[in-house]
Design a protein around this ligand. Sequence first.
Ligand code: ZN
Length: 166
Amino acid sequence: MNDNSPNPGVDASVRPMQLNCPHCQAILTVHPSQAGLVADCPKCSGKFHVPVPMAKPWNPGKTNVYSNDEALSESREFIGKKNAAGICGLLLGGLGVHKFILGLNNAGFIMLAVSVGGVILGPCLIFPLFGPMIMGLVGLIEGIIYLTKPDDEFYQTYAIEKKEWF
Ligand SMILES: [Zn+2]
């Protein structure tokens, strides 16, 4: 085993770092000046990136790690939108309202743009009128899917996987 004796010639005030070689798992001692660079493992000569020592992020207010309670209340809140989104899909499907309710904004904007564009262009070109009709049908089908999906599946599909269509 490596007893981590300081290298001669290295500034003793800078502490060397220890890390495991990702290839052979040998414990290596790396001078901090190599942080962020590619180094060669002296044991297996594999190349690896020396990690930069991470300062603890100072961010007491917000955290990306959800506690179980937060995740639970978030999923309840999302499932609470199920009926509203389903009914909006049935009635206002072509406008993408049900997508915006679920936070699927890209898909919502596409539906809204196709529908509004079709209504504007339709009277002179006829063909674009199919846009709002198709979007309305998509919304109708999606509304039925939302309303008939079990709550847990609904949350998994639209909150976690963020499935945008159907
Ligand atoms: Zn190695």
